[in-house]
Design a binder for this molecule. Structure first.
Ligand SMILES: Cc1ncc(COP(=O)(O)O)c(C=O)c1O
Length: 302
Protein backbone atom coordinates (compact mmCIF):
# COMPACT_ATOMS: atom_id res chain seq x y z
CA UNK A 1 0.00 0.00 0.00
CA UNK A 2 1.38 3.41 -0.92
CA UNK A 3 -0.15 6.42 0.78
CA UNK A 4 1.22 9.72 -0.44
CA UNK A 5 1.09 12.62 2.01
CA UNK A 6 -0.86 15.47 0.43
CA UNK A 7 0.50 18.94 -0.24
CA UNK A 8 -1.61 21.32 1.82
CA UNK A 9 -1.53 25.13 1.74
CA UNK A 10 0.44 27.25 4.17
CA UNK A 11 -1.71 30.34 4.58
CA UNK A 12 -0.49 33.56 6.14
CA UNK A 13 -3.16 35.39 8.07
CA UNK A 14 -3.13 39.04 9.00
CA UNK A 15 -4.42 40.95 11.98
CA UNK A 16 -3.55 44.40 13.40
CA UNK A 17 -2.48 42.59 16.60
CA UNK A 18 0.20 40.65 14.71
CA UNK A 19 1.45 43.84 13.11
CA UNK A 20 1.58 45.64 16.43
CA UNK A 21 3.56 42.77 18.01
CA UNK A 22 5.68 42.17 14.90
CA UNK A 23 4.55 38.58 14.55
CA UNK A 24 4.14 36.60 11.37
CA UNK A 25 1.36 34.04 11.61
CA UNK A 26 0.78 31.10 9.27
CA UNK A 27 -1.77 28.31 9.31
CA UNK A 28 -0.78 24.93 7.89
CA UNK A 29 -4.03 23.76 6.41
CA UNK A 30 -3.99 20.11 7.35
CA UNK A 31 -7.78 20.34 7.51
CA UNK A 32 -7.45 20.03 3.73
CA UNK A 33 -5.54 16.70 3.70
CA UNK A 34 -8.53 14.68 2.57
CA UNK A 35 -12.25 15.35 2.60
CA UNK A 36 -12.88 12.54 5.10
CA UNK A 37 -9.52 11.53 6.59
CA UNK A 38 -8.87 15.04 7.74
CA UNK A 39 -6.16 16.80 9.70
CA UNK A 40 -3.72 15.05 12.01
CA UNK A 41 -5.75 11.85 11.52
CA UNK A 42 -4.39 11.38 8.03
CA UNK A 43 -0.80 11.40 9.34
CA UNK A 44 -1.63 9.29 12.39
CA UNK A 45 -3.26 6.60 10.29
CA UNK A 46 -0.83 6.54 7.36
CA UNK A 47 1.89 4.24 8.75
CA UNK A 48 -0.59 2.25 10.81
CA UNK A 49 -2.48 1.30 7.65
CA UNK A 50 0.75 0.32 5.96
CA UNK A 51 1.75 -1.75 9.01
CA UNK A 52 -1.63 -3.51 9.11
CA UNK A 53 -1.15 -4.53 5.50
CA UNK A 54 2.42 -5.67 6.20
CA UNK A 55 1.15 -7.89 8.99
CA UNK A 56 -1.49 -9.34 6.69
CA UNK A 57 -4.35 -7.99 8.83
CA UNK A 58 -7.38 -6.75 6.95
CA UNK A 59 -9.28 -5.26 9.89
CA UNK A 60 -8.61 -2.25 12.10
CA UNK A 61 -10.06 -1.97 15.59
CA UNK A 62 -9.91 1.22 17.57
CA UNK A 63 -11.52 3.04 20.49
CA UNK A 64 -13.18 6.40 20.94
CA UNK A 65 -16.01 8.54 22.23
CA UNK A 66 -19.26 8.88 20.33
CA UNK A 67 -18.16 12.13 18.64
CA UNK A 68 -14.54 11.14 18.04
CA UNK A 69 -12.72 12.59 15.05
CA UNK A 70 -10.45 9.55 15.17
CA UNK A 71 -13.38 7.10 14.87
CA UNK A 72 -14.75 9.13 11.96
CA UNK A 73 -11.39 9.16 10.15
CA UNK A 74 -10.59 5.49 10.81
CA UNK A 75 -13.89 4.46 9.24
CA UNK A 76 -13.21 6.65 6.20
CA UNK A 77 -9.67 5.27 5.88
CA UNK A 78 -10.96 1.71 6.09
CA UNK A 79 -13.37 2.41 3.27
CA UNK A 80 -10.76 4.13 1.12
CA UNK A 81 -8.05 1.51 1.58
CA UNK A 82 -10.23 -1.59 1.68
CA UNK A 83 -9.93 -2.57 5.35
CA UNK A 84 -12.71 -3.70 7.66
CA UNK A 85 -13.09 -1.34 10.65
CA UNK A 86 -14.46 -1.86 14.14
CA UNK A 87 -15.05 1.12 16.42
CA UNK A 88 -15.36 0.39 20.12
CA UNK A 89 -17.35 3.28 21.53
CA UNK A 90 -17.41 4.43 25.16
CA UNK A 91 -20.91 4.28 26.71
CA UNK A 92 -24.23 3.03 25.49
CA UNK A 93 -25.94 3.28 22.14
CA UNK A 94 -28.12 6.33 21.44
CA UNK A 95 -30.44 6.17 18.47
CA UNK A 96 -30.63 7.72 16.01
CA UNK A 97 -26.86 7.68 15.64
CA UNK A 98 -25.17 11.04 15.90
CA UNK A 99 -23.56 12.49 12.72
CA UNK A 100 -20.09 11.10 13.59
CA UNK A 101 -21.25 7.53 14.17
CA UNK A 102 -23.72 7.49 11.32
CA UNK A 103 -20.96 8.58 8.93
CA UNK A 104 -18.66 5.90 10.41
CA UNK A 105 -21.36 3.28 9.94
CA UNK A 106 -22.02 4.44 6.37
CA UNK A 107 -18.33 3.92 5.74
CA UNK A 108 -18.71 0.33 6.85
CA UNK A 109 -17.49 0.55 10.45
CA UNK A 110 -18.93 -2.01 12.86
CA UNK A 111 -19.87 -0.15 16.01
CA UNK A 112 -19.47 -1.91 19.34
CA UNK A 113 -20.36 -0.19 22.61
CA UNK A 114 -18.70 -0.86 25.93
CA UNK A 115 -19.67 0.54 29.31
CA UNK A 116 -17.57 3.35 30.75
CA UNK A 117 -16.01 1.18 33.46
CA UNK A 118 -14.76 -1.46 31.00
CA UNK A 119 -13.64 1.33 28.68
CA UNK A 120 -11.19 2.52 31.31
CA UNK A 121 -9.34 -0.81 31.05
CA UNK A 122 -9.82 -1.14 27.30
CA UNK A 123 -6.31 -2.44 26.60
CA UNK A 124 -6.58 -5.34 29.08
CA UNK A 125 -5.68 -8.60 27.44
CA UNK A 126 -9.00 -10.15 28.48
CA UNK A 127 -11.06 -7.52 26.70
CA UNK A 128 -8.87 -7.57 23.59
CA UNK A 129 -9.18 -11.36 23.48
CA UNK A 130 -12.98 -11.14 23.78
CA UNK A 131 -13.01 -8.64 20.91
CA UNK A 132 -10.84 -10.98 18.81
CA UNK A 133 -13.21 -13.87 19.48
CA UNK A 134 -16.10 -11.71 18.36
CA UNK A 135 -14.58 -9.97 15.33
CA UNK A 136 -11.60 -12.10 14.30
CA UNK A 137 -8.00 -10.91 14.26
CA UNK A 138 -7.42 -7.18 13.87
CA UNK A 139 -4.78 -4.47 13.90
CA UNK A 140 -5.26 -2.47 17.09
CA UNK A 141 -5.00 1.31 16.92
CA UNK A 142 -5.15 3.01 20.33
CA UNK A 143 -7.69 5.67 21.29
CA UNK A 144 -6.90 8.94 19.50
CA UNK A 145 -4.65 6.95 17.14
CA UNK A 146 -1.50 7.90 19.06
CA UNK A 147 1.28 5.33 18.83
CA UNK A 148 4.86 5.37 17.53
CA UNK A 149 3.70 4.98 13.92
CA UNK A 150 1.27 7.88 14.34
CA UNK A 151 4.08 10.15 15.46
CA UNK A 152 6.24 9.02 12.54
CA UNK A 153 3.38 10.20 10.30
CA UNK A 154 2.84 13.49 12.16
CA UNK A 155 6.56 14.28 11.84
CA UNK A 156 5.91 14.63 8.09
CA UNK A 157 3.75 17.69 8.77
CA UNK A 158 6.97 19.56 9.51
CA UNK A 159 8.56 18.80 6.14
CA UNK A 160 5.50 20.33 4.47
CA UNK A 161 6.11 23.73 6.13
CA UNK A 162 7.67 25.81 3.39
CA UNK A 163 8.60 28.91 5.37
CA UNK A 164 11.21 29.52 8.01
CA UNK A 165 9.57 29.66 11.42
CA UNK A 166 10.27 29.75 15.15
CA UNK A 167 7.19 28.14 16.71
CA UNK A 168 4.95 25.32 15.53
CA UNK A 169 1.71 24.89 17.45
CA UNK A 170 -0.96 22.24 17.85
CA UNK A 171 -3.94 21.43 20.03
CA UNK A 172 -3.23 18.44 22.29
CA UNK A 173 -5.56 15.64 23.38
CA UNK A 174 -3.25 12.66 23.84
CA UNK A 175 -0.10 14.53 22.79
CA UNK A 176 0.57 12.23 19.81
CA UNK A 177 0.41 15.01 17.24
CA UNK A 178 2.74 17.28 19.19
CA UNK A 179 5.14 14.36 19.75
CA UNK A 180 5.23 13.88 15.97
CA UNK A 181 5.87 17.56 15.37
CA UNK A 182 8.72 17.48 17.90
CA UNK A 183 10.14 14.40 16.18
CA UNK A 184 10.12 16.24 12.84
CA UNK A 185 11.66 19.48 14.19
CA UNK A 186 15.27 20.41 14.45
CA UNK A 187 16.50 21.84 17.73
CA UNK A 188 16.33 25.52 16.72
CA UNK A 189 12.55 25.29 16.42
CA UNK A 190 10.11 25.15 19.30
CA UNK A 191 6.82 23.25 19.54
CA UNK A 192 3.98 24.68 21.60
CA UNK A 193 0.98 22.54 22.47
CA UNK A 194 -2.37 23.63 23.88
CA UNK A 195 -4.06 21.12 26.14
CA UNK A 196 -7.76 20.85 25.36
CA UNK A 197 -8.25 18.91 28.60
CA UNK A 198 -8.19 20.09 32.16
CA UNK A 199 -5.16 18.72 34.02
CA UNK A 200 -3.12 18.24 30.85
CA UNK A 201 0.25 17.97 32.60
CA UNK A 202 0.15 14.19 31.92
CA UNK A 203 0.84 15.16 28.30
CA UNK A 204 4.53 15.69 29.08
CA UNK A 205 4.88 12.04 30.08
CA UNK A 206 2.81 10.80 27.13
CA UNK A 207 4.95 12.76 24.72
CA UNK A 208 8.21 11.57 26.25
CA UNK A 209 7.00 7.96 26.14
CA UNK A 210 6.09 8.29 22.45
CA UNK A 211 9.41 10.00 21.66
CA UNK A 212 11.36 7.32 23.55
CA UNK A 213 10.55 4.86 20.77
CA UNK A 214 12.89 6.98 18.62
CA UNK A 215 15.34 7.61 21.53
CA UNK A 216 14.25 11.27 21.56
CA UNK A 217 12.72 11.43 25.03
CA UNK A 218 15.27 14.00 26.20
CA UNK A 219 14.24 16.69 23.73
CA UNK A 220 13.30 19.90 25.52
CA UNK A 221 12.27 22.21 22.71
CA UNK A 222 8.59 22.06 23.55
CA UNK A 223 6.06 23.27 26.06
CA UNK A 224 2.41 22.58 26.75
CA UNK A 225 0.15 25.41 27.68
CA UNK A 226 -2.50 24.31 30.17
CA UNK A 227 -4.50 27.54 30.40
CA UNK A 228 -6.99 27.31 27.53
CA UNK A 229 -9.01 24.14 28.18
CA UNK A 230 -12.19 26.17 28.89
CA UNK A 231 -13.29 23.83 31.68
CA UNK A 232 -12.17 20.54 30.13
CA UNK A 233 -12.49 18.24 27.17
CA UNK A 234 -15.40 19.16 24.88
CA UNK A 235 -16.33 22.11 27.08
CA UNK A 236 -16.97 25.41 25.41
CA UNK A 237 -18.58 28.74 26.25
CA UNK A 238 -19.93 31.82 24.49
CA UNK A 239 -16.52 33.54 24.47
CA UNK A 240 -14.85 30.61 22.69
CA UNK A 241 -17.78 30.07 20.32
CA UNK A 242 -17.76 33.78 19.41
CA UNK A 243 -14.02 33.63 18.85
CA UNK A 244 -14.43 30.68 16.44
CA UNK A 245 -17.25 32.42 14.57
CA UNK A 246 -15.24 35.67 14.37
CA UNK A 247 -12.18 33.78 13.14
CA UNK A 248 -14.22 32.29 10.30
CA UNK A 249 -15.68 35.69 9.42
CA UNK A 250 -12.27 37.33 9.38
CA UNK A 251 -10.17 34.64 7.67
CA UNK A 252 -12.69 32.41 5.94
CA UNK A 253 -11.11 29.41 7.68
CA UNK A 254 -13.42 27.25 9.74
CA UNK A 255 -12.29 26.12 13.19
CA UNK A 256 -14.16 24.35 16.01
CA UNK A 257 -14.17 24.86 19.77
CA UNK A 258 -13.04 21.36 20.87
CA UNK A 259 -9.48 21.46 19.51
CA UNK A 260 -8.36 24.12 17.05
CA UNK A 261 -10.53 26.89 18.54
CA UNK A 262 -8.80 26.49 21.91
CA UNK A 263 -5.38 26.62 20.28
CA UNK A 264 -6.12 29.73 18.20
CA UNK A 265 -7.78 31.46 21.15
CA UNK A 266 -4.70 30.66 23.26
CA UNK A 267 -2.33 31.85 20.55
CA UNK A 268 -4.07 35.20 20.18
CA UNK A 269 -4.04 35.64 23.94
CA UNK A 270 -0.33 34.78 24.21
CA UNK A 271 0.52 37.16 21.39
CA UNK A 272 -1.38 39.90 23.21
CA UNK A 273 0.59 39.22 26.40
CA UNK A 274 3.99 39.26 24.61
CA UNK A 275 4.74 35.55 25.07
CA UNK A 276 6.33 35.54 21.61
CA UNK A 277 9.35 37.78 21.02
CA UNK A 278 9.01 40.39 18.23
CA UNK A 279 9.98 39.05 14.78
CA UNK A 280 8.70 35.56 15.67
CA UNK A 281 7.08 33.45 13.00
CA UNK A 282 4.37 31.13 14.25
CA UNK A 283 2.99 28.20 12.29
CA UNK A 284 -0.28 26.88 13.75
CA UNK A 285 -1.32 23.45 12.54
CA UNK A 286 -4.98 23.24 11.59
CA UNK A 287 -5.58 19.65 12.71
CA UNK A 288 -9.08 19.39 11.23
CA UNK A 289 -11.89 18.16 13.47
CA UNK A 290 -14.54 19.96 11.44
CA UNK A 291 -16.66 16.82 11.17
CA UNK A 292 -17.51 17.46 14.84
CA UNK A 293 -19.31 20.72 14.08
CA UNK A 294 -22.52 18.98 13.08
CA UNK A 295 -22.67 17.08 16.37
CA UNK A 296 -21.96 20.26 18.33
CA UNK A 297 -24.79 22.05 16.53
CA UNK A 298 -27.12 19.13 17.16
CA UNK A 299 -26.32 19.27 20.89
CA UNK A 300 -26.82 23.06 20.78
CA UNK A 301 -23.28 23.60 22.08
CA UNK A 302 -22.51 26.16 19.38
C1 LIG B 1 -8.99 17.99 15.42
C2 LIG B 1 -8.00 17.50 16.40
N1 LIG B 1 -6.98 18.29 16.71
C3 LIG B 1 -6.04 17.93 17.62
C4 LIG B 1 -6.13 16.71 18.25
C5 LIG B 1 -5.12 16.36 19.26
O1 LIG B 1 -4.35 15.32 18.88
P1 LIG B 1 -3.53 14.42 19.89
O2 LIG B 1 -4.50 13.46 20.49
O3 LIG B 1 -2.56 13.76 19.01
O4 LIG B 1 -2.91 15.30 20.91
C6 LIG B 1 -7.19 15.84 17.96
C7 LIG B 1 -7.34 14.53 18.60
O5 LIG B 1 -6.78 13.57 18.20
C8 LIG B 1 -8.15 16.24 17.01
O6 LIG B 1 -9.20 15.46 16.69
Amino acid sequence: MIIESPITPLTEIFNPLFEQKQIKFFIKREDLTDEFISGNKFYKLKYNLIEAEKLGLNALLTFGGAYSNHIHATAAAGKKYGLKTIGVIRGEEHLPLNPTLSSAQENGMIIEYIDRKSYRSKYDEGLIQTLKEKFGDFYLIPEGGSNHLAIKGCAEIISGITTDFNFVCSACGTGGTLAGLILGLDSKHFALGFSVLRGGSFLYQNIRTLLSYYHKENLNNFQINLDYHFGGYAKTNAELNNFCAGFYEQHNIQIEPIYTGKMFFGLYDLIRSNFFPPESTIVAIHTGGLQGLQGLKQRKMI
